[in-house]
Design a protein around this ligand. Structure first.
Ligand code: NAD
Length: 503
């Protein structure tokens, strides 16, 4: 598939080299600690790259363990005043942040396309989605409630109240640079917690720009502190082991999540874990194939396949498998590969060389075991880390692609014969984040809700994420929920008080 070189436009704001340069220059390059932008100890820096061409786009501060400790010190100092700030005031700041994000949405979208590679249209979608967490939790701030009532014996009064858990450490991945940050920062602030946030080294600029936005929205000093580092483990571990920290919220791979849970265990730190996925996408013989194909394109190719919610295994009833493969292949062959700023591009680069190597190896393994490549199946020559969108049919049991998170634009199809077999295959993974089911039968859809072991499900839908919904996984996909009415409770702790009978 050819790569296109034309430069694009977005909604009325042309993407020129000059605009990119100005935007990048406007992003802070320091650590944000106690309300001040500062260099890292010893002036160390790290480089941020554009994955579409390998160019360095900016150099930013590279924090040391001392810088990490300073960030936690600031969050600890700011906590009592922020926790005591009236809910309405906290809500107003979050709401101002939402409004400012709408004003700056084109800049945030372009910034994510530059540092992460997603097509500009999808980056705009992420700004909308990420912004909703600010609006949603600005509304939830004032809804934190308790209970008061007589105990059943009538001998006293019970009061149940909610309190912010304390200073929090938030660690986010590179694939959704804005939304993963707002999905944690907004509920934490709404609950009255202060935070230290560490974005991924590969895409730190969006979080730095967002910290600047929070500053502009009037957030008091030290409530949000940001550090960027090339040595995540060395800087994070002392923070997690510090007894002043009360909460760790992590989004990333299951492998790193398990390590962080171990570090959090001795201090009995509250944790939220949004980890990896291996989503089944089940197409029954009674599905509306048009809906299933539309859903598949979204569930697989959104974010160039680099989403924890990406459909990983397409389990398709044998009677419709060939037709499903034909239709998705046709759609995939029409996809344009290129830098996300170019017009009409839907497949940007993968995040780095390792991601390309992984997609290559998974497809090769599937083919060696008997699968056939309907389209794609190779890296794209030239600058940048591109992998052609791919359809692999007739994937055989035991193939690595069915066990591992692909995290790339590869759609792998496995035929099945019975509903029981589909359920067994769908649940045959240690992950349990999301599943997608396509059927026109209400009863079958209801059975799938009860039988599939995932925290979320798209029923005739290829995307489920919504700020008003509890996002999270079962099994090794995680602990806790982000968003929805549940989201704020990850940052609250309950106190029960028994008082004497007033009569
Ligand atoms: P990752 O686990 O490599 O990194 C995630 C974050 O952890 C990054 O900020 C990284 O710098 C940091 N990190 C890595 N090692 C660390 C350590 N020893 N101590 C402290 N921090 C450390 O994951 P990734 O490659 O950035 O993201 C992809 C993964 O994230 C995928 O598995 C994907 O499924 C998952 N993810 C899950 C969700 C969800 O909500 N469930 C959402 C997005 C991504």
């Amino acid at each position: 598939m050819p790569r296109h070189a034309a430069s694009g436009t977005d909604e009325g704001v042309p993407v020129t080299e000059n605009r990119e340069t100005e935007l990048l220059a406007s992003v802070p390059d320091g650590l944000f600690i106690g309300g001040a932008w500062q260099a890292a100890t010893g002036g160390r820096t790290l480089k941020v790259y554009d994955p579409s061409n390998g160019n360095v786009v900016k150099e930013i501060a590279d924090a040391s363990p001392e810088d990490g400790k300073a960030a936690l010190d600031a969050a600890v100092d700011a906590f009592p005043a922020w926790a005591a700030t009236p809910a309405r005031e906290r809500a107003e700041i979050l709401r101002r942040a939402f409004d400012l994000l709408q004003e700056r949405k084109e800049d945030f979208a372009l910034l994510m396309t530059i540092e992460m590679g997603k097509p500009l249209a999808e980056a705009r979608g992420e700004v909308a989605y990420g912004g909703e967490f600010l609006r949603w939790f600005s509304e939830e701030t004032a809804r934190v409630q308790g209970r008061y009532g007589a105990n059943p014996e009538g001998t006293g009064r019970m009061i149940v109240s909610q309190h912010p858990v304390g200073p929090c450490f938030l660690i986010t991945p590179w694939n959704f640079p804005l939304a993963m940050a707002t999905r944690k920062i907004a509920p934490a602030l709404a609950a009255g917690c202060t935070v230290v946030i560490k974005p991924a080294e590969l895409t730190p600029l969006t979080t730095l720009a967002f910290a600047k936005l929070l500053e502009d929205a009037g957030l008091p000093k030290g409530v949000v502190n940001v550090f960027t580092t090339s040595t995540s483990g060395a800087v994070s571990e002392p923070i997690i082991r510090d007894p002043r920290l009360r909460k760790l919220s992590f989004t990333g791979s299951t492998q790193v999540g398990v390590k962080l849970l171990e570090q959090a265990a001795p201090g009995v730190i509250r944790t939220s874990m949004e980890l990896g996925g291996n989503a089944p996408f089940v197409v029954f013989d009674d599905a509306d194939l048009d809906k299933a194909v539309d859903g598949a394109m979204l569930a697989k190719f959104r974010n160039i396949g680099q989403a924890c919610t990406a459909a990983n295994r397409f389990l398709v009833h044998r009677s419709v498998a060939a037709e499903f493969a034909r239709r998705v292949t046709e759609r995939v062959q029409g996809m344009k590969i290129g830098r996300g700023t170019e017009d009409g591009v839907s497949i940007g680069p993968l995040i780095d060389d390792r991601a390309v190597a992984k997609a290559t190896q998974l497809v090769q393994d599937a083919v060696t075991r008997g699968a056939s490549v309907a389209t794609g199946g190779h890296a794209v020559e030239g600058a940048g880390t591109f992998y052609a969108p791919t359809v692999v049919a007739d994937v055989q049991p035991g193939s690595d692609i069915l066990r591992e998170e692909i995290f790339g634009p590869v759609l792998a199809i496995v035929p099945f014969d019975t509903e029981d077999e589909a359920v067994r295959l769908a649940n045959d993974t240690e992950y349990g984040l999301v599943s997608y089911v396509f059927t026109e039968s209400l009863a079958r859809g209801q059975r799938m809700i009860e039988r599939l072991e995932t925290g979320m499900m798209g029923l005739n839908m290829g995307v489920v994420s919504n700020a008003a919904a509890p996002f999270g996984g079962w099994k090794m996909s995680g602990l806790g929920r982000e968003g929805g009415a549940e989201g704020i409770h990850e940052y609250l702790q309950t106190k029960y008080t028994l008082t004497a009978n007033p009569f």
